[in-house]
Design a protein around this ligand. Structure first.
Ligand code: PLP
Length: 396
């Protein structure tokens, strides 16, 4: 009854963790939700009001397949300024979220049997969509350094074959919080040119940063024509449930993506696009306050995690994820299985998190154990209370 390709469709197993945490809470237990990639912060009020006004103004019908012209213009300006690369509205296709860019990119760029390099640990939808559309997903890993996770560019280079066509780069990464150095970006650009690759630059977290400035691969020589950017309004404006994002890239690619829009959803929500215009062009006070809140949560979480024996946690400058190394802590509990560890901690303390297993199959030779703690959906008093219980549990 069901088509053969569906056997290759993956999922986000992190949603199963949410379901387990919800079931545990329904039994009357307190849960500390570090598993959520969602946000418990309100959309800035000026953005919200612009969306409501647009509805009242009657923007409740279809709009152009590529998106509202004014939004495409202001987004092209925003991306051009932040990436230091010139884009215009014809390089922008508005999408119902960041995620749709992933499947549309593969549908546009990948032939069956093509090999695609993707990050592992990484956002699980890449592997799912590559395999679903008949490609071969080839993982590359990360190496922990003193204050960052670096792409294992030697491994990445070694995986390239004559069949390799595409690369997925999630700089400012989910789940590790990793950020590419200039050297990493230069090495990747060199490999892309040498092997004639095209790149999906998933920049969902480009604007979620607390110090320094985000950089994009597209700014390097020769990259603008080879990169397609996944953009989303979900994170910067706390709009995860509004569903709005965009694909940005060379016009020939964007024209195909717009045709896919026609086929898949006709257009993204019309009135929501006016909220995004306000987000990009209006008052930034509340939008910037979101970052202040997230930064405080990051520091509280990192400091408390690092006070626990057996846990080491890097403090990333971007994203709202942490990827603590829990090898020592797991050893202390005697639990060697990720799921046992996660479920035992939930049961004993209410602290809920995802593990390495939710972000791809562990690669050969991996020796350390990691969990992912997201602080986008939990307030500081809960962070403190939950991690105090976690610490007490691990102290035995
Ligand atoms: N890419 C990455 C790396 C993500 O973490 C997410 C969401 O968590 C997305 C894309 C999808 O974003 P959206 O919720 O806007 O579809």
């Amino acid at each position: 009854m069901i088509a053969e390709r569906v056997s290759r469709l993956g999922t986000e197993t992190a949603f199963l963790v949410s379901a387990e945490a919800a079931a545990f809470a329904a039994q009357g237990n307190k849960v500390y939700p570090f598993h959520l990639g969602d946000m418990n912060l309100p959309t800035p009020s000026n953005v919200l009001e612009a969306g409501i006004k647009a509805m009242r103004d009657g923007h409740t019908n279809y709009c152009p397949n590529a998106g509202v012209a004014r939004l495409r213009e202001v987004l092209a300006d925003d991306i051009s300024a932040s990436r230091k690369v010139a884009y215009s509205m014809e390089n922008v296709a508005i999408q119902p979220g960041g995620k749709p860019t992933i499947s549309k990119f593969f549908l546009t760029m990948m032939n069956p049997g093509d090999e695609v390099l993707y990050p592992n640990p990484g956002y699980p939808i890449y592997e799912s969509q590559i395999e679903f559309h008949g490609g071969k997903a080839v993982p590359y890993g990360y190496i922990e350094s003193e204050d960052n996770f670096e792409i294992d560019t030697d491994m990445l280079a070694a995986q390239i074959t004559p069949r390799t066509k595409l690369l997925v780069l999630n700089d400012l990464q989910n789940p590790t919080g990793a950020e590419c150095s200039d050297q990493e970006l230069a090495r990747i650009a060199e490999l892309v040119l040498k092997h004639d690759l095209y790149v999906l630059c998933d920049e969902a977290y480009f604007d979620i940063r607390y110090a320094g400035k985000s950089k994009s691969l597209v700014a390097l020589p020769g990259m603008r024509e080879r990169c397609v950017i996944l953009h989303t309004f979900s994170k910067k404006f706390a709009m995860t449930g509004w569903r709005l994002g965009a694909t940005i890239g060379p016009k020939e690619i964007i024209d195909v993506i717009i045709k896919l829009n026609v086929n898949e959803e006709s257009c993204s929500n019309h009135f929501v696009q006016y909220a995004a215009i306000e987000g990009l062009t209006g008052d930034q006070t509340e939008t910037l306050q979101l970052l202040d809140t997230l930064k405080e949560r990051r520091d509280t979480t990192v400091d408390l995690l690092n006070s626990i024996e057996g846990i080491g946690c890097i403090r990333p400058n971007a994203t709202f994820y942490l990827w603590p190394n829990v090898t020592g802590a797991m050893q202390k509990t005697g639990l060697t299985d990720y799921n046992d560890f996660r479920q035992t901690v939930l049961k004993e303390t209410g602290v809920s998190f995802c593990t390495r297993l939710h972000f791809g199959r562990p690669l050969e030779g991996e020796q350390n154990y990691y969990i992912r703690m997201a602080y986008s959906g939990i307030d500081i008093p809960e962070i403190k209370e939950g991690l105090a219980k976690f610490k007490k549990f691990l102290a035995g």
